[in-house]
Design a protein around this ligand. Structure first.
Ligand SMILES: [Zn+2]
Length: 484
């Protein structure tokens, strides 16, 4: 690993966006060890620290690293499969695809996600995983974040076994977690977790001070399932999971009201998606201090809809931005996610005042940190916080001229414009090169995983369900190669 210096290093850029303070032209960030020790104009910092090492990043924007509030890096190898499936078919198909990967293959997949995160300027991941391979991938990559350990179970006759398994996996994950990662729990969703299991997970989390996330109110299928006990999740999905013999109870309410009545909501709860929520639901989220992870691209691509972000923000709910997994949104590009968020909500609301570029940057950084309860350590450039920051190269013609760097970032930038990614004072990616990782080897291994998956589908050992995109039928492209 690249060493962290306790000497002061000043990173200079044409703009510095602290997020919690106004933009600085000809700005600088002073870093010592893993923390920020100064933010100001470059001349002021240079005169305050004349001995400092100076890294001049030229025509760039220095900003906090992105906080990706919802990802599944272990699914990165599924990128581009099932591109045209609607949500219900997509998740049913994914059951078999997920079951076909070995633990080693999941680790390769997670490592591919981790290198993408680094090169696209994500410094903190709130990652949901059943296997927990995120921890090894993130530790190797040097990323910060939280693993939400996934929990499934609708059969309450197995509740004690399920919770014993959760406790065992939790202890393993906590032992394996690098110092930059904590571990929370992720009861998957109202259609895969019984109310009693939600309550048991919540009780365990509260007794241990752990954070909780759950996929909530994502699709119309989920609404139908919770409200009426019917639809694709009550039939096709439960059959696929082997749960068809268990009675599905209609609860007659929205997923938010359903979870509220089991008392699982609190300020440590992150509700991911919240596409299908009413104003009543949003007021419950606000009253219970629940945070929301907004995943606009994933929700749009799977045909789920557009979350009512304007209402969430208006009611004062904490909202962060998430890319979701490459199985649904293909790339973990927070610039594209910000841009999609702004365009979707302006289009849906027919109102340009609903979001602007500055608000998007805040949601993607400090907003995410607040949603995860990490705002004291990350999310903005302030002395005392971790030196988790990125530099975006804005020297190319599509950025010229720049008056407002927020505008350049949201309307113009893409993940390929990231020049530098630093986590805890340690540069992980510099001048488009990984400082410690063999990205070619990781990509090559991931191509191998995809090839094996393709072979298993062709051989008939993996069913891909009703939604046939046909991705495994082609033989061209990287998936056929062991090496890039
Ligand atoms: Zn998810």
């Amino acid at each position: 690993m690249t060493a962290i210096s306790d000497d002061i290093t000043i990173y200079r850029g044409d703009w510095v966006l602290p997020v919690s303070a106004p933009v600085l032209a000809d700005g600088g960030l002073a870093v010592s060890g893993e923390r920020i020790v100064g933010v100001g104009t470059a001349p002021a910092l240079l005169s305050a620290h004349p001995e400092a090492v100076v890294v001049d990043l030229g025509r760039s924007i220095i900003m906090p690293g992105f906080v990706n509030c919802h990802s599944h890096v272990e699914y990165t190898s599924f990128r581009g499969i099932l591109d045209d499936s609607e949500f219900g078919d997509w998740i049913i198909s994914l059951v078999d695809v997920k079951a076909s990967l070995t633990p080693e293959e999941y680790l390769v997949s997670a490592k591919l996600g981790a290198i993408e995160a680094i090169s696209s300027g994500i410094t903190t991941l709130a990652d949901t995983s059943y296997s927990g391979v995120t921890l090894e991938a993130a530790a190797e990559a040097g990323l910060r974040g939280r693993l939400y350990l996934e929990v499934f179970g609708v059969d309450d006759t197995h509740l004690d076994e399920t919770m014993a398994d959760v406790e065992r996996r939790l202890a393993e994950a906590q032992a394996a977690a690098p110092s930059s990662f904590d571990v929370g729990l992720a009861p998957h969703a109202p259609y895969t977790v019984s109310s009693r299991l939600y309550q048991a997970v919540s009780a365990l989390a509260r007794s241990r001070g752990l954070k909780v996330m759950s996929h909530v109110a994502e699709s119309k299928e989920e609404i139908t399932y919770v409200r009426s006990g019917s639809g694709k999740f009550a039939h096709d999905f439960r059959e696929k999971m082997g749960w068809e013999r268990m009675l599905v109870q209609p609860f007659g309410v929205s997923p938010i009201k359903y979870l509220q009545q089991w008392d699982v909501f609190d300020e440590d709860f992150l509700a991911v998606h919240c596409v299908q929520v009413s104003l009543d639901d949003i007021r419950i989220l606000k009253a219970k201090k629940v945070a929301v992870a907004h995943c606009p691209k994933s929700n749009a691509k799977l045909g789920c809809g557009v979350a009512p972000l304007a209402d969430l923000l208006h009611e004062g709910v904490r909202v962060g931005l998430g890319t979701d997994s490459p199985a649904s949104s293909n790339i973990m590009d927070m610039f594209g996610e910000m841009r999609t968020m702004l365009f979707l909500h302006r289009a849906v609301e027919r109102d340009v005042t609903v979001l602007d570029a500055q608000k998007c940057v805040r949601i993607a950084t400090l907003g995410g940190a607040e949603a995860l309860g990490m705002q004291d350590d990350i999310g903005s450039l302030e002395p005392g916080k971790f030196a988790d920051f990125i530099a975006v190269d804005v020297s190319k013609s599509h950025f010229a001229p720049i008056d407002d760097p927020h505008s350049a970032l949201v309307y113009g930038a893409n993940q390929g414009d990231v020049l530098l990614t630093v986590v805890g004072g340690r540069p992980l990616f510099r001048d488009h090169v990984y400082t410690d990782l063999d990205a070619e080897a990781i990509r090559g291994a991931a191509f191998g995983v995809r090839k094996k998956l393709r072979d298993r589908v062709r051989a008939g050992s993996v069913q891909v369900g009703a939604a046939e995109s046909g991705w495994w039928q082609t033989s061209t492209g990287d998936a056929g190669e062991e090496t890039p």
